[in-house]
Design a protein around this ligand. Sequence first.
Ligand code: SAM
Ligand code: SF4
Length: 328
Amino acid sequence: LVSAGDAVTDQFGRNIKYLRVSITDRCNLKCFYCMPHGAPAVQHRDILRYEEIARIVRIAASLGITKVRITGGEPLVRKDCVQLIKMIREIPEIDTIAMTTNGILLPEYLSELVQAGLNAVNISLDTLQRQRFRAITGCDGIPDWKALLRCCVQAGITTKTNTVLLAENREEWAEIAALAQEFPICVRFIEQMPLGQGIMDEQHTAQAVLEQLRGRWSDLRPAETQDCSAPARYYTSGKLMGAVGVIAPMTHRFCRSCDRVRLTSTGQLKPCLSYATHVDVRARLRGGASDEEIQELLRQSIYQKPANHCFGMQTDDAERQTMNRIGG
Ligand code: SAM
Ligand code: SF4
């Protein structure tokens, strides 16, 4: 397989370096904005096997992908997830392996994951309150967030939290952000995207959360160093050990600096989260395509990445799959 050298670029000259991989559509929670209740799970045979995922990642790495995020559904409900981290760690071009998780099973797997080569974790944390956790996720068993964050920090991995901005957690935003006062982590707030179950409520914007946070930390200001390829805008205060971040896909489009593509649990490569447009990598793999053929398929799909997302627009090719199948 001939390496492309630097990151492959799309038709608008964006360097694509980051692949998000959903490894299952199944989940041990049912967040109302993500998972439709009662929707059938994808059949096991339709889900990519770990060997297939590792092969796709290796080919993507030959095109300049250097960062992989494992997501779901809930990635840790899939058996032997640690094995997949080990397999990806063996791909020399991949410098960062991250995971997005709801945290429920993280205490059980954290040390094995880190040993296998996991560098970073994003934990979804929509509430600190037990009853509200049940209302949002449909489940009991809220993690001990502080104990979990402490373990992640002690394990030496980059740790972030993600909070979707909801009417249900609005009164807690500053309380959640205060986790960055206690821990050297990034606490991030995300505008809900109108995908699957998601409904964008105009009230719950990045602007609204920043106003609430400024009420608590009057010196809150944009951080001096921003990761330009990351969708979050980061803020600091003299009182914070870490930082807070806001991700505003709806009110502050960041598509111009987007550097990512997504692989769904069923092996669709999606150049943009918001569009249904994809290439069926699984069908080509299982149909016996060579690495070179898969590489060309990925290259073409990446090249055609659209300029902007289409959230909030009326378009026939908008994505209709739910977030748990795509991975966020
Ligand atoms: N189960 C894992 C978790 O919750 O972290 C990983 C998968 S989940 C689909 C990935 C991320 O997508 C989570 O942070 C979740 O809050 C976010 N998400 C799901 N639906 C969303 C929506 N409609 N708008 C914005 N974020 C959403
Ligand atoms: Fe599960 Fe994550 Fe979706 Fe919540 S956001 S239902 S934890 S996949």
